[in-house]
Ligand binder design. Structure first.
Ligand code: SF4
Length: 251
């Protein structure tokens, strides 16, 4: 998920509404959040997980300071018809909000493609959303066992993520799976194992992204000096060979 950009010109602060998407901010134009598309990114408020390396920790609480309202985003999008290709729902965790399905349908009706950044904590909700989506970026944080919980801070998170991964793969929707690398949270063995699992599941589009301290609220994670060999080009080459389409994103 990319860095958050708030539009400072937005004057309103709205009450949270169960019917309307709760928005924590937006990036009005990006070329990197939906492959091949000029996109607007809506950062959705709230996430059920607690990853130490989260670089949008202010979006984790369910209720935030709504500096941008969904109505304002829609008005802005209306003026961007023909100039933007897609709207990407990011976060936080967009699938936390039941109103996401309406938001996706609304932007599709306006003629935009719909993209989703998710960590997959709600597979049942994701299943309902997938037929409406054009592209999904799914975070895979660790092998789907107790090591997952170590990253998210939430027991059982790996099983939810595994279910979501399988749903994305069987949906036929374009996707990218991606993993953030931090030497305190994943070893080389963990990453190799994860790559093996994903390959066996049929994943063909995969990206590794080096941890960026920007925005991270965990001082211990920000202050690391030993990479444990994670950032060694020869190591990346071993992962790359397992996937049809592989990207490496440096910090
Ligand atoms: S799942 Fe994503 S938004 Fe939620 S805490 Fe983890 S990194 Fe942050």
């Amino acid at each position: 998920m990319s860095a958050l950009t708030l539009l400072k010109s937005e004057p309103a602060k709205a009450e949270l509404s169960p019917r309307l998407l709760s928005v924590g901010g937006l990036t009005p134009l990006t070329t990197t959040d939906y492959p091949g598309c000029l996109s607007l990114v809506v950062f959705c408020q709230g996430c059920p997980w607690r990853c130490g390396y989260c670089h949008n920790p202010h979006l984790i609480p369910r209720a935030g300071d709504q500096a941008v309202t969904w109505e304002w985003v829609l008005a802005f999008l209306h003026r961007r018809r023909g100039l933007l290709d897609a709207v990407v729902f990011s976060g936080g965790e967009p699938t936390l909000q039941p109103s996401l399905i309406d938001a996706i349908e609304t932007v599709k009706a306006m003629g935009f493609k719909a993209g989703l950044h998710t960590a997959g904590p709600y597979p049942d909700r994701l299943k309902r959303l997938l037929p409406r989506l054009d592209w999904v970026g799914l975070d895979v944080k660790a092998p789907f066992d107790a090591r997952y919980d170590r990253v998210t801070g939430i027991p059982g998170s790996g099983e939810k993520a595994r279910e979501s991964a399988a749903l994305v793969l069987s949906s036929g929707v374009d996707y990218e799976f991606r993993t953030t690398l931090h030497p305190s949270l994943l070893t080389r063995q963990d990453i190799l194992e994860m790559a093996e699992i994903l390959m066996e599941m049929g994943v063909s589009h995969y990206a590794l992204q080096e941890f960026r301290p920007l925005g991270c609220a965990d001082a211990a994670l920000c202050d690391f000096t030993e990479s444990g060999g994670l950032f060694d080009p020869a190591f990346y080459a071993r992962i790359e060979s397992r996937f049809h389409d592989f990207s490496l994103r440096h910090a």
